[in-house]
Design a protein around this ligand. Sequence first.
Ligand SMILES: *Cc1c(COP(=O)(O)O)cnc(C)c1O
Length: 384
Amino acid sequence: MKKIQMVDLSGQFQTIKDQVNSSIANVLETTAFINGPEVHAFQKELEDYLGVKHVIPCANGTDALQIAMMGLGLQPGDEVITADFTFAATVEVIALLNLTPVLVDVEPDSFNIDLVALEKAITPKTKAIVPVHLFGQCANMDAILEIAEKHNLYVIEDNAQAIGASYTLKDGSRKKSGTFGNVAATSFFPSKNLGCYGDGGALYTNDDELAHTLRGIVNHGMYERYHHDVVGVNSRLDSIQAVVLRAKLPHLDKYNQQRAEAARKYSEAFKGQEHILVPRIVHTCGEAGANCDCHVFHQYTLRITNGKRDALVKHFAELQIPCGVYYPIPLHKQKAYLDERYKEEDFPVTNQLVKEVISLPMHTELDDEQITYITSTLIKFVNS
Ligand SMILES: *Cc1c(COP(=O)(O)O)cnc(C)c1O
């Protein structure tokens, strides 16, 4: 059996190696390292893929979130609601801009923001909601857009884990994740579904005026060379990362299908297991099978419900089966984000999830032998 990897970037590289190497060599020859024609070409290709008017490339996903909040003109003291169960970057930029983060609980099946908790957290100071499309599945955008409209709030989608996923709105229109709200932020960190070979990120929006504002903010607030109209940042995608992304983007749907297929095999193997809750695809498009892009499985995350999660992680480590616990500590319990307004009884789901979740190896190169080994080892241990 091939050695099991949590993420297999090397196996995937072998399949695009010639194109990547020659395009990188070309960048080195032409020396357009920053904001060159390759970055522009990638921007256009991603706009077409997503069906969105504007993509604004930037240096990483965390910057993208920050720049989105700057671009919307959020001011210190404004409250921004997001999920308690996510990667810290989401809440980090809210705090960094002196906005007030308001963390709320998540749903036990989708792991995405809980709608009742969300609406309950809204105050006159609330200005924005940041739904995180966690592990590759969209949050309930119908409800979130409705709540946002009712309370006049911005929606900033954290799409770092769900690029390529789709979601069907109540009116029947089917769109790519990240194209529902006012603006979305995504990450091209190497292990993300569309990853480059360094850091990278992007914002996307259908709002022309906001797009213009964002394009200035990523480049020192400049709209005209050496005229600084607003306080900006330096956050750019470089050409070497853009050529890697251009090589991978045409394969993104296939990559996501390979992930979904691995997920389907995992879930099939766990069928009927009393102590294992498999990830649920909550919003389906009705087409079962490998072509469904409702969940692009950035992570395949199980819940182990009989208290054996920590022991399982240890057991896997001994057998050299990689796994991850995303996330082991709720954000509302992280030292940096403690707030006396939070009450433990407001986070029953997150507090439970952090004790139960385990993410299995997930990438485009998993084979059946590896999947069978992982699932049979896990089932045996959980029931032992
Ligand atoms: C990866 C990630 C980010 C941050 O992206 P970087 O490119 O690493 O800065 C933000 N939010 C979520 C949910 C992520 O998974």
